[in-house]
Design a protein around this ligand. Structure first.
Ligand code: CP
Length: 300
């Protein structure tokens, strides 16, 4: 693994190795040392969890970070090209962690620089480090990644986290239920990919009454920033809201996950149930991202 750009680039063995390393880091059995290493966090889209958990991960390993939040105070304002910006930052940093609204931008960056590049989200395309922390959370709560029934709910069209997660869980024989309004359905290219791998999936009209066989219910927000028309966003928003009352009769092991931020798609009355796992999931992001950085930097 030289870069981490898409879940499609990872084998099942590589994923399982990364899960093992994250587990050992969480237990304190592996303590990677990033002293004198610098991570450049280039975020051209807003972020709370991804940016702060990468920053935390690096600092927990005694490493350092520099952060670019947007281009406002940078020489991009003077007309510097993206390639020249990347080539310059690569003179200072040992790894680039990058979020951009432009699909494919991380892969492009990996072609330009010769230090590792991590995709921290590229448009509606991929969010592989989120998928890896999601997998780590699934292993921790279910004891396995194999043969689970996963519900994916919300904005499956623009939600990059569900694209990465569906591709990853397909490697482990998951069965899927998709819950979304018709105009926010899972893209055909993902469904074709699942069908090619003989992965079962069904599109369900509503959450209520369809949750009893799930091991994981993964809820996502409607991605307002991807809608050209605000009226379309208002129509979609609030179309799927999970409430505590809908969880009567679900399996004991069900865990409700969400990449966060949440808007209104999980009612706060779910937070106090045994099923809510979204804030622990965010915490798991630090161990997973420590593992990702350590592996890419050849420290473990
Ligand atoms: N899950 C996630 O990507 O959150 P942020 O947008 O806050 O980084």
């Amino acid at each position: 693994m030289k870069n981490l750009i898409s879940m499609r680039d990872l084998s099942k063995d590589e994923i399982l190795h990364l899960m093992d390393i994250a587990g050992e880091i969480e237990k304190g059995n592996i303590v990677p040392d990033m002293q004198r290493k610098l991570a450049a966090l280039l975020f051209f889209e807003p972020s709370t969890r991804t940016m702060f958990s990468f920053d935390t991960a690096m600092k927990r390993m005694n490493g350092n970070t520099v952060i670019m939040s947007g281009t406002k105070n940078t020489s991009a304002q003077k007309g510097e090209s993206f390639a020249d910006t990347l080539l310059t930052i690569a003179q200072y940093a040992d790894i680039i962690i990058m979020r951009s609204p432009i699909e494919g931008s991380s892969r492009y960056a990996a072609e330009v620089v010769d230090i590792p590049v991590v995709n921290a989200g590229d448009g509606a395309n991929q969010h592989p480090t989120q998928a890896l922390l999601d997998l780590y959370s699934i292993v921790k709560t279910q004891g396995t990644l194999e043969n689970l029934t996963i519900g994916l709910a919300g904005d499956l069209r623009f939600g990059r986290t569900v694209h990465s997660l569906a591709q990853a869980m397909a490697l482990f024989g998951a069965k899927f239920k998709f819950f979304s309004p018709s105009f926010l359905q899972m893209p055909s290219y993902i469904k074709d990919d699942l069908a090619e791998k003989n992965i079962q999936f069904e599109e369900c009209p509503e959450l209520d009454g369809n949750l009893d066989d799930l091991d994981i219910l993964y809820v996502t927000r409607v991605q307002r920033e991807r809608f050209a028309d605000p009226e379309e966003y208002e129509k979609a928003r609030g179309s799927y809201i999970l409430r505590k009352s809908m969880l009567d009769g679900v399996k004991d092991n069900l865990r409700v996950m969400h990449p966060l931020p949440r808007v209104d798609e999980i009612h706060t009355d779910v937070d106090v149930t045994q099923y809510a796992y979204y804030f622990q999931q965010a915490k798991n992001g630090v161990y997973t991202r420590q593992a990702i950085i350590s592996i890419l930097m050849g420290e473990v």
